[in-house]
Ligand binder design. Structure first.
Ligand code: AMP
Ligand code: GLY
Length: 419
């Protein structure tokens, strides 16, 4: 069969890498892809939000299955468009994608179905938002309602900061239409964990847990990024916590989807904050996470194409999703300056001289005249499995120095017990 993967990050490289292991797959295309995906798939120069272009490509090339990586095309209704034309596609439809598309929609859903989350209020008017500040204490979290490439969340320590953020978002339209509504919510002090689930027939099938390292600097300091390291499983995810999440979160989301008549198919990524042992939802994403995918995929024993198809046709059961016992760890190498301004186009050396048990996923690279060049803020995810987290960690850090490019940066504390 022929598979089309949409996207261009480490997530999509990991998906292509795993799809390539399926005996049923003859050909993989990745649109637009990156240097890494070109090693396992054929890159196609179509942008992720060019729905018409992707649709025409899938029809012209008799694609049997399309897998959507990023949220943008999902929010634009790519799944509805493909299904109208009778094409098989993995991902939620436009209605379900609202759980990521709109934070106020997601919060309303959680409130209605009593799913634990931070207390909140929504505003689209500056003056009302200022009055609303009196109902919160500090730190206070203010979020733009829409998709802002992970930049729409501000943690304010003082009223002055909060007023400035509200002014930026509601008056100066910093995020354009995506930020004309804001969600104001209580700050949750805890430890984050990511739980990705396959969803079909109003049922959630959780994957193994993961912990994403979001801050750029060691010791969890500095600004938030898309994620610069990840481990799986999350040591926080004990049997007790799993049970609690099952009862208080999974079952209630299932009930909510059923009650709302939402025919959700695809991945639901639940971003959790564990506050003194109590799980609360920070956010929903309607897609695989990045770098979560880079640690989950190597642990997955099952044929992923089979899981995609069973999700689409509704025949998925938890027993189909089989995991390796191993732990997994990835360290993301970034460009100098990321997550702020950075330059790209620097040659990468040593990437082809790593130990055999290192898996190198490319986040932002491209090949030009036989050379591998940096092509993004996040560049490479150096990944390994191990019998323990320490073993996986040792393998990654003893290899990562072999990879060199101008301004290469990575955290040295991914998987440290104290973080
Ligand atoms: P979100 O896009 O909603 O997941 O927010 C991005 C990041 O901001 C999260 O991964 C957290 O690190 C942080 N964050 C969001 N909401 C809260 C909250 N209510 N309390 C504390 N931190 C938060
Ligand atoms: N790692 C965070 C995300 O994929 O949104």
């Amino acid at each position: 069969m022929k598979v089309l993967v949409i996207g261009s990050g480490g997530r999509e490289h990991a998906l292509c890498w795993k799809i390539a292991q399926s005996e049923r797959v003859d050909k993989i295309y990745c649109a637009p892809g990156n240097g890494g995906t070109s090693l396992v798939a054929e890159n196609v120069d179509i942008k992720v939000n060019d729905i018409e272009g992707l649709l025409n490509f899938a029809i012209d090339n008799s694609i049997d299955l399309t897998v959507v990586g990023p949220e943008d095309p999902l929010a634009m209704g790519i799944v509805d468009r493909f299904e109208e034309r009778g094409l098989k596609i993995f991902g939620p439809n436009e209605q379900c994608a609202q759980l990521e598309r709109s934070k106020s929609f997601a919060k309303q859903f959680m409130k209605k179905y009593k799913i634990p989350t931070a207390n909140y209020m929504t505003f689209d008017n500056f003056d009302e938002a200022i009055v609303g500040l009196d109902d919160f204490s500090y730190p206070l979290v203010i979020k733009a309602d829409g998709l802002c490439l992970g930049k729409g969340v501000e943690i304010c320590n003082t009223r002055e900061e909060a007023v400035q953020v509200l002014e930026d978002m509601l008056k100066n339209k910093k995020f354009g239409e995506e930020g004309t509504t804001v969600v104001m919510e209580e700050f949750l002090d805890g430890i984050e964990a990511s739980l990705l689930c396959f969803v079909t027939g109003n049922r959630l099938f959780p994957m193994e847990s993961a912990k994403d390292y979001k801050r750029i600097y060691e010791g969890d300091q500095g600004p938030n990024t898309g994620g610069v390291g990840c481990i799986s499983p999350s040591p926080l995810f004990t049997k007790e916590l799993k049970e609690k999440v099952g009862k208080e979160i999974i079952e209630r989301i299932e009930y909510g989807l059923r009650s709302e008549g939402m025919d959700y198919k695809g991945i639901l990524y639940i971003g959790l904050m564990i506050v003194k042992g109590e799980p609360k939802i920070l956010e929903f994403n309607v897609r695989f996470g990045d770098p979560e995918t880079e640690v989950l995929i190597p642990r997955l024993e099952s044929d992923i194409v089979d899981l995609f198809e069973r999700t689409i046709d509704g025949s998925l059961a938890q027993s189909h999703i089989v995991w390796k016992e191993d732990c997994s760890l990835t360290v993301v190498m970034t460009s100098k300056g990321y997550p702020m301004d950075y330059e790209k186009g620097y040659e990468i050396s040593g990437w082809d001289k790593l130990d055999e048990d290192i898996i190198l996923y490319h986040n932002g690279t491209k090949f030009e005249e036989g050379k591998l060049l940096t092509n993004g803020g996040r560049v490479l995810s150096v990944t390994s499995l191990g019998k323990s987290l320490d073993e996986a960690r040792g393998k990654v850090y003893s290899n990562i120095n072999n990879i060199q490019y101008y301004g290469a940066y990575y955290r040295r504390d991914i998987g440290n017990k104290s973080i």
